[in-house]
Design a protein around this ligand. Structure first.
Ligand SMILES: Nc1nc2c(ncn2[C@@H]2O[C@H](COP(=O)(O)OP(=O)(O)OP(=O)(O)O)[C@@H](O)[C@H]2O)c(=O)[nH]1
Ligand SMILES: [Mg+2]
Length: 554
């Protein structure tokens, strides 16, 4: 069974794959089994399990030999290499050698016991599930002249560590490299590969996480070089894994499962490696056949998932259409993950959306009605947070959910202004928004967490100078009345100006106009009530006959 862990770790079975197909095995300890263990890597577990179930390859048949490191690939130009370790962690080789561990001496036995104890302590509860806290080593590359991302490499790796923590991994060290372009075989240069290999042994690393998306070949080459039981994954797989852990609704689960499978499809090369290794590299043809079978299974699964998603979305659309028939403007909260969107929704509506200091706390949109003191109201929708280098597969998978955003009357961009990288986070959010069809929707920017900023006064003064910025503290409620007024003002931008004469029997309509529109004049006449107001576009259509009535008024 031990070799099953080779296939990467454990993902919750996709909705279409029966649970018993997916082996849940604690890494590096064949005696520990966890049924719903949710460890890193969205790679291959379900597929390999399926293949085994079908008798295509047996995990028991796969023998693991410790791989010999051969870094024969051409050396990539390495302009500057820098190593950093997490605070308190030395990325140099530590005192304990594998030989010590294996020794049967009394100190060896004591060490072994300590190791077992610390191993046991690494099972923690994340997102309501027990996960094994794998030791992860983080690797980044800064490409010279790459202006695509405004985050610096160190900042990006810090964020990767946060993502790893959210996923339930323990980052034990990190390193990065500045290159003119990534190495096509191993992403990083061969010198850096060797350095990471040393760190893996010294720190007992189980997973190496790269800050950028790796190709199938790069993943395979790195795994081969690092050795059989070290997992290699990238930022995308990590984010997918977090989403997989966090998905709470049927639709989110389906979306994430689909994104994971689409991510896996071009990376299905693992079987080939195993089969090749199994018989001394002479079964290439057979391995390729195997991959084709796997790919076919995966494509079928993707087809089934897409169909299921379609039917779930139909239901949601019907619900949304029902909501649209009520002419209350919809305001969507967008922003970087952890900016405080859910906290704001909770404060304004008394909702109970999970808000916590972790990345991607929210995956599903939640909509609640906000009733203001002046009787006006609007609907507020909380959405999934964005992040720099957001995988395109994920944007595509969540497109339907994000459609909520494109149908809203106003976008409120929530910014964590206390964050040292708030400017960069704003850029990253704008970048994602530019990929969605929302450029015509008015926007309002909210600087949140002013209470946490080092100089709140300076921030407030800066905000005053700018148009469309409101300072708030969603946590303690500061600035929320100003926020609601700013929303009202902004909503005007998406409304149309009407003058209409409402017959007296249309009293309901009149009170709705007062509720959702901005009435400037309301005058009783002999024929009915004459009003001048800004109203939502959908509502203006309802008023068309009365507007004509007004136009024909002498
Ligand atoms: N000090 C302070 N903390 C805040 C404020 N608003 C939110 N927070 C904290 O920031 C963390 C993230 O808040 P969330 O509301 O979950 O953030 P989010 O934008 O919904 O995050 P995702 O769902 O991950 O995209 C939580 O620990 C909140 O308590 C604020 O105004 N001041
Ligand atoms: Mg949230």
């Amino acid at each position: 069974m031990m070799n099953a862990s080779l296939y990467g770790s454990i993902v919750r079975p996709s909705p279409v794959i029966p649970e018993h197909y997916v082996p849940c095995i604690s890494p590096r300890n064949p005696n520990r089994f966890r049924k719903e263990s949710k460890c890193i890597s969205s790679r291959l577990s379900s597929i390999s399990a399926l293949s085994q179930e079908l008798g295509l390859v047996s995990s028991n048949d796969v023998s693991l030999q410790s791989s010999v490191i051969k870094t024969t690939e051409p050396v990539q130009e390495e302009e500057k290499e820098e190593v950093s370790a997490e605070p308190g962690i030395d990325s140099e080789v530590s005192g304990i050698t594998p030989e010590d561990k294996a020794s049967g001496s009394p100190t060896g036995a004591k060490k072994k016991k300590e190791e077992q104890d610390s191993y046991d302590n690494r099972f923690t509860i994340r997102n309501g599930r027990e996960v094994f806290e794998e030791k992860a080593y983080l690797v980044g590359v800064e490409c010279k002249g790459d202006t695509q991302y405004s985050f610096g490499i160190e900042e990006s790796i810090k964020e990767l560590a946060q993502l790893a923590d959210t996923a339930g991994l323990m980052a034990v060290g990190s390193t990065y490299q500045k290159l003119s372009k990534p190495n096509p075989r191993t992403y990083i240069g061969s010198g850096k590969v060797s350095e990471i290999k040393s760190a893996i042994h010294a720190l007992d690393v189980e997973t190496v996480i790269f800050d950028d998306e790796l190709s199938a070949g790069q993943l395979r080459n790195l795994e081969k070089t690092f050795g059989g039981d070290v997992r290699v994954c990238d930022r995308t797989a990590l984010i997918l894994d977090i989403f997989n852990q966090r998905a709470a609704t049927h639709e989110a689960t389906l979306q994430v499962a689909l994104a994971q499978m689409e991510y896996q499809l071009p990376r299905l090369t693992k079987m080939w490696t195993h089969l090749e290794r199994q018989s001394g590299g002479k079964v290439k043809g057979m391995g390729e056949k195997q991959i084709e079978v796997d790919k076919r299974i995966l494509r079928n699964e993707i087809g089934v998932l897409k169909k299921e998603l379609e039917s779930v979305r139909k239901h949601r659309k019907q619900y949304r259409n029902r909501r649209i028939s009520v002419p209350v403007p919809v305001v969507s909260l967008v922003g970087y993950t952890n900016a405080g969107k859910s906290t704001l929704l909770n404060q304004l509506t008394g909702a109970d959306v999970l808000a916590e200091d972790k990345l991607f706390a929210t995956l599903d949109p939640t909509t609640r009605r906000v009733q203001m003191k002046n009787g006006k109201e609007f609907l507020l929708t909380d959405t999934v947070g964005f992040i720099q280098k957001l995988p395109t597969t994920l944007i595509a998978a969540f497109r339907a959910t994000l459609e909520e955003i494109s149908e809203s009357s106003l976008l409120v961009h929530v910014v964590d202004i206390s964050h040292p990288l708030s400017e960069q986070q704003i850029d990253a959010v704008d970048k994602v928004l530019s990929e969605l069809d929302v450029s015509s929707i008015p926007r309002l920017m909210v600087w949140n967490k002013v209470d946490k900023a080092s100089d709140p006064l300076k921030i407030r003064k800066e905000a005053e100078k700018r148009e469309d910025v409101v300072c708030i503290s969603a946590l303690n409620g500061d600035g929320l009345p100003e926020f609601c007024s700013a929303v009202q003002e902004k909503l005007k931008d998406s409304m149309v100006w009407v003058e209409a004469l409402l017959p007296f029997d249309k009293g309901d309509l009149l009170s709705t106009i007062h509720q959702v529109g901005m009435v400037e004049k309301s005058e009783y006449t002999e024929e009915g009530t004459f009003i001048r107001a800004h109203v939502p576009l959908r509502f203006a259509r309802l008023l068309t006959p009365m507007r004509q009535l007004c136009a024909s008024r002498p």
